[in-house]
Write a protein that binds this ligand. Structure first.
Ligand SMILES: Cc1ncc(COP(=O)(O)O)c(C=O)c1O
Length: 398
């Protein structure tokens, strides 16, 4: 079957939920993906901030292979498994949190956090059930997570949505303050908004939100599904801001590419759930846990974070040069670490497609941002190459 025929089969059998680019990948190495016809693509998407170690990483492959060889791919959470215990200790110490609940995705991690916040609110008299989230946030596609997501386009056609969510403006403390009532139990925020358009929070905003949480006895939830696991240049963005949450949600790069999500809790939130409150059959799956152990090891024992910080500075400096060259098409550069974006005045999709035709994978964020979330192991010469391709692609659209 040639690539075109495979795409037709995909269209026939896969539910039509993605606007898929007409390419079928067969393998990858480092930061390069190869399609079934042998064409190479430099990857600045990284599975949307998932493949932190790129493709074919030796350490990750070895760790995952060891699990397969042990025969214990999965065992129920009714029992302990050795790898899950190791992963729990490793991720809690890396994130400076007390305990972790493992699941399979970002949406699921956020569902756990939302339920935990509601149970926390049920401990007060009268009970408190409202959760404040931010406009332009993104928290996932399940019903709770999509309702927490402060973007109407994700809500349309899916009502009735769960109740009890209020939306404040990101980086606008007064708008958060205005929504707090006797019903509020938690505030949920992405320290760096991803899907909303690569917008870092200001330190003052996070400090202010934290203070409000302390004053009103609210749980502070950070969704670091996209910006966590080294992407910000620290293991977790909260460590960069030095403003600690009560609840932290992770997924994407958490297990280096094996599906995995997690909700971590601090001292204040660690005893909210009790047996029977929440569960996930595959949560803590041994294969995913081996990925978590390897990722935690790489973030804690190597210079990966430092390199991310440095390469991010380099990438943004090259993007700044690009916006000087194309001031009508590109208006600003935003980001932290290797989570960066260029604000465009042209449709991002046209530029994404023009880059694709030239062998570069990039994606959009929000309505007007070209997003760069490459594997954290991207090399400087690969960044140079990517910028040259974006430059060429922009020139082709003039
Ligand atoms: C910040 C954030 N939270 C949650 C999610 C949802 O994660 P998942 O697709 O694994 O459910 C995403 C996905 O893009 C995200 O960026």
């Amino acid at each position: 079957m040639d690539m075109h025929q495979q795409i037709e089969k995909g269209k026939q059998f896969l539910v039509n939920t993605y606007s898929q680019v007409p390419v079928v990948f067969s393998h990858g190495e480092g930061c390069t993906l190869t399609d079934v016809e042998g064409r190479h693509y430099l990857d600045f998407v990284g599975g949307i901030a998932v493949n932190a170690l790129g493709y074919g990483d030796r350490g990750l492959t070895k760790a995952l292979s060891a699990v397969l060889q042990s025969g214990l791919l999965h065992c129920s959470n009714l029992y302990y498994n050795e790898t899950a215990i190791k992963a729990a200790e490793a991720i809690c110490s890396l994130a400076e949190m007390e305990k972790v609940f493992f699941c399979n995705s970002g949406a699921e991690a956020n569902e756990a956090a939302l339920k935990l916040a509601r149970k926390f609110g049920h401990k007060s008299t009268p009970i408190r059930t409202e959760i404040i989230t931010m406009a332009h946030s993104f928290h996932g596609r399940t019903y709770g997570a999509v309702t927490a997501t402060g973007q109407d386009k994700y809500h349309q056609n899916f009502d009735p949505l769960p109740q009890g969510f209020r939306y404040a403006r990101f980086n606008d403390l007064e708008s958060v303050k205005a929504l707090i009532t006797g019903e509020t139990c938690a505030i949920m925020v992405e320290p760096i908004q991803g899907e909303g358009g690569i917008v870092p929070a200001t330190k003052e905003f996070l400090q202010g939100v934290k203070q409000l949480c302390e004053e009103h006895d609210l749980l502070l939830i950070y969704d670091e599904v996209q910006c966590g696991m080294g992407r910000s240049g620290r293991s977790f963005a909260w460590q960069l801001y030095q403003v600690k949450p009560d609840v932290l949600t992770l997924a994407k790069a958490l297990a280096g590419g094996v599906p995995c999500g997690a909700m971590l809790v601090s001292e204040r939130a660690k005893d909210v759930f009790s047996p029977g409150d929440h569960a996930s059959t595959f949560g803590g799956n041994a294969l995913a846990m081996a990925g978590v152990v390897e990722m935690a090891h790489r973030l804690s024992s190597t210079d990966l974070c430092k390199e991310v910080e440095e390469k991010g500075v380099f990438l943004r400096s090259r993007l700044e040069a690009l916006i000087k060259k194309y001031p009508t098409q590109c208006t600003a550069v935003r980001g932290l670490g290797l989570m960066d974006g260029v604000v465009l005045s042209i449709p991002p999709r046209a530029l994404v497609d023009a880059c694709f035709e030239r062998g570069l994978l990039v994606l959009s964020a929000g309505y007007d941002v070209l997003r760069f979330v490459p594997p954290l192991v991207i090399r400087v010469d690969e960044i140079e190459k990517a910028i040259d391709i974006v430059d060429e692609a922009l020139a082709s659209l003039l």
